[in-house]
Design a binder for this molecule. Sequence first.
Ligand SMILES: Nc1ncnc2c1ncn2[C@@H]1O[C@H](COP(=O)(O)OP(=O)(O)OP(=O)(O)O)[C@@H](O)[C@H]1O
Ligand SMILES: [Mg+2]
Length: 351
Amino acid sequence: MFKFLSGLFSRDIGIDLGSANTVVYVKGRGVTIDEPSVLAIRKVGNKGKKDIIAFGNPAKKMIGKTPQGIDTVRPLLHGVIADFDMTEKMVGYYMSSANQGRRMMAHPRVAICVPACVTEVEKRAVVDATLGAGAREAFVVEEPLAAALGTGLPINEPRGNMVVDIGGGTSEVAVLSLGGVVISNSLRSAGDDIDNAIVSMMRQNYTLSIGESTAEEVKIAIGSVVPLDSELEMEVKGRDLMDGLPKVVMVTSGEVRDAIEPIICRIEDMLRYAIEQTPPELVKDIVDQGLVLTGGSSQLRGLSARFSDVINVPVHMAESPLYSVALGLGKLLETVDRGDKVAVTVDHAAV
Ligand SMILES: Nc1ncnc2c1ncn2[C@@H]1O[C@H](COP(=O)(O)OP(=O)(O)OP(=O)(O)O)[C@@H](O)[C@H]1O
Ligand SMILES: [Mg+2]
C-alpha cells in the first residue's frame, strides 16, 4: 500500500477532523488552520434550504446567541459525522482555505483522521465527505497512529508505545509497535461531556442555567481532577431557573471536580482495560518509557498526575496537545514522500 502511496502526496494536506476542532496540515507549510468544527447557518425560505453564514471561530462565538432563523451546527459529535452535508461543506471550506485560492491545489490529495472506533460505514462517510468536498483522493488514517507519530513516539520500532488522546468527543488509548496498532480502545466521551456535566451541576447546585460555552470557560478556568494546593473559584453568570432572572454565583474548583469525576473514572477504566489487554512484553516497555498524553482535554489540571497514579506508569504530556494528530498526518505525508517504509493502515478511495 505504501509503495503505492509513495510519491503520490505531492500537494497533500492532512486534516484532523475533530469533534471540537479541525486542524489542517499543508505539506511543506505545516499547520495552517486550527478552527472550531462549527458552522452557522441561516434558513432560507420554507423548503429547508440553508445558507452558511460563518465557519470556525466566528461561528463558535454565535453558539447560544443566535436569533430566530440562524442556527449553529457542530457536524461531528463524538468523533462521528452527525450531519453529513455540513461536514462536507466544512471540509470543503477548510480545504480551499488551506489552498489559499491557488487553483493547483483545488483538488488535493487528503489524508484524514478518524477515531479508531469508527465503523466502516462511518469511515466511508468521512471519505465521501472529503471526496464530495473536492479532494482528488482521500486516505483515512487511524487517529491514534497519527497522534503517536505527531507526539514523536518511535512507533516503527519493536517497542510498546502507548498514546492517550482525550479530545472533545472521544477519548482514545492505543498501544503501537512496529508501525501498527496492537490494541486500541475508545470511549465516546471527553471534553464535551465534561462541559455537559458542568451545565448539569450548575442547574442542580444553584438552579442556574448556563450554556455550553460558559461551561467550557469554567472548565478551562478552574477545572481540575486532583485536589489543588490552593483551590480556585470563579464567578459564573446565567439565568436563575426559579425566577427566570439573571443570577451570578461563585463556583469552586472542588464543585467542578466532583461534577466531572464520573467521566474521568470512565476514562481511567478504559486505560486499565487497555493495559490488561496489552501483551506483557509491551507492558514492560510502557512501564519503562511511560505513555504520552495528548488532545485538548489532556490539559485539564492534574490529569497526567492522576493517570500516572492510576495505571502506575510515567505520563508525559505532548508538546502541542491540540496539534499532535495533524502533525502526525504531516509526518506521514513527508515520510511517504521520502520513500521510507512506514507500516501503517490506511484506507484509500478516489473519485
Ligand atoms: N486548557 C484546557 N483545559 C481543559 N480542556 C481544554 C483546554 N483547552 C481545550 N480543552 C478542551 O479540549 C477539547 C478539544 O480538544 P481537541 O481539539 O483535541 O478535540 P477534537 O480533536 O476536536 O475532538 P475528538 O478528537 O474527540 O473528535 C474541547 O473539549 C476543549 O474544551
Ligand atoms: Mg482529536
